[in-house]
Design a protein around this ligand. Structure first.
Ligand code: FMN
Ligand code: SF4
Length: 423
């Protein structure tokens, strides 16, 4: 086999993965503001599981009431028992389609508000430091796409405005921690194999790390220790709660590496954080970007595999397996895993454009892969609460109409039992 190393199994925590290709968390809006999982969500993940990914990480699920209140987009929710049937069907469907299922959890979005939700003021470490769209992950691209595509004048003005956040109180921070620790346990009930703590992408926890956004003068602002206090208190509480619930549950973290602008957090800060998170007992680390990303890691960068530079450096402090996203070329992915730069390859947009990518690589049909163009139309739609669409894959968001993704086999006997009832 040409891509031998990519198709070697690996154990992360207590979860055995059949290969090194992971579906990176990529949330799309197929749902409404109820936060319930629907058929579009399930078929979207089933397509990627059937396409050969070893584990599907279900994109950010909001776990707190305050998070829901200030949500910038309709995220999936996991705050009460009413969300369990949909999440359980999702985890079960991913399993039936041949992959493991992890749930990525997020306490709240952060200063990134929704310009269309006038009645909702976003929360942030400090008041007034707004989230500027043009320096977002898409870097000007989002803004230029918006300018050229939105026809209505009022809409254009609205979407290019930036709601000003208010400062989150210490009582609210404590509440976010308490609820997240409690509600993370619902992922066990829903039958997921693991949970990933979303600690990056300039949502509330990540913004505490960043001196440009965190101007606090209490014990949560100022020194490196103080700026990381909230993230560490949060991670400690969630990990402890999950370990108490089920010892053999896989727990990972997704963390921003460094900001591509002076004054943001640095790779040294992240190496320091990596040691602390490792002490808390994480099972894997997922490398991601700071805000704004350094040039070669921007969403429209011509460079492939930019995040690998961080994973290679983080190896010095991390003993747990490392997952690295944004490696689009299978040749580079094979090289990176073979040379030990990373253990796992996270596919975000490449799997959006072609859910069958891992199978095609395995079968040595790389030429048949529909490539992601990094034009970021999927991303812009996401920020505008429009249903997920891809310029290269007309089936995105419409997978439920493809009989290939209907789970007709395996619906017999014990496999039908909810995960908690299985031996
Ligand atoms: C539409 C869309 C939604 C995303 N949603 C999430 C998410 O929920 N959680 C997360 O950690 N990253 C999210 N990401 C980031 C991806 O996981 C990934 O890191 C990024 O797209 C770069 O990797 P890629 O080049 O393989 O796409 C999202 C990206 C896109 C394009
Ligand atoms: S081709 Fe464009 S729309 Fe499709 S996944 Fe890639 S960036 Fe997104």
């Amino acid at each position: 086999m040409a891509y031998e190393k990519l198709f070697e199994s690996i154990k992360i925590g207590s979860t055995e993965l059949k290969n090194r290709y992971v579906m990176a968390p990529c949330n799309f809006i197929f749902s409404d503001w109820t936060g319930l999982i629907n058929e579009e969500d399930i078929a979207y993940y089933v397509a990627r599981a059937k396409g050969g990914a070893s584990v599907c990480i279900v994109g950010a699920i909001l776990c707190t009431e305050l998070g829901k209140e200030v949500a910038n987009i309709p995220w999936p929710y996991m705050t009460s028992i009413e969300h369990i049937p949909g999440l359980a069907m999702l985890a079960e469907s991913i399993h039936l389609a041949g992959a493991k299922a992890f749930a990525q959890i997020l306490p709240a979005s952060g200063s990134r508000g929704n310009p269309m939700r006038d009645d909702v003021q976003p929360i942030a470490p400090s008041a007034g430091v707004e989230y500027v769209f043009s320096t977002d992950q898409s870097h000007g691209q989002a803004e230029s796409i918006l300018k050229s595509r939105i026809k209505g004048r009022w809409l254009k003005e609205k979407y290019l405005s930036h709601p000003k956040p208010r400062e989150i109180t210490v009582a609210e921070m404590e509440q976010l921690i308490k609820e997240s620790a409690q509600n993370a346990k619902l992922a066990v009930l829903a039958g997921f194999d693991g949970v990933e703590l979303h600690l990056c992408h300039h949502y509330i926890l990540d913004q505490f790390r960043d001196p440009r956004f965190n101007k606090r003068t209490d014990k949560y602002g100022g020194s490196r220790e103080n700026r990381h206090r909230f993230i560490l208190e949060y991670a400690e509480a969630v990990i402890k709660s999950l370990r108490e619930e089920r010892e053999d549950f896989t727990i990972g973290v997704r963390v921003g590496s460094e900001c591509g602008e002076e004054g943001g957090y640095t790779l040294e800060d992240t190496m320091w954080l990596a040691e602390k998170l490792q002490e808390l007992g994480i099972d894997y680390w997922s490398t991601s970007i700071g805000f704004p990303p350094i040039p070669e890691c921007k969403m429209d960068s011509k460079v492939d595999g930019g995040y690998l530079q961080w994973s290679r450096k983080l190896r010095d402090v991390l003993k747990v397996p490392i997952l690295t996203a944004s490696v689009h070329s299978p040749d580079l992915a094979e090289e990176a895993v073979t040379k030990g730069w990373t253990d796992l390859i996270g596919l975000g947009r490449p799997l959006v454009a072609d859910p069958e990518l891992p199978n095609k690589v395995k079968e040595n049909r790389v030429g048949d892969i529909t490539k992601c163009l990094k034009d970021n139309l999927c991303w812009v739609g996401f920020d505008m609460c429009l249903p997920g669409r891809c310029s290269q894959n007309p089936e995105l968001g419409r997978e439920k109409y493809n009989p290939k993704y209907l789970l007709t086999e395996g619906f017999k006997g014990a496999k039908m039992l909810p995960a908690v009832c299985r031996k």
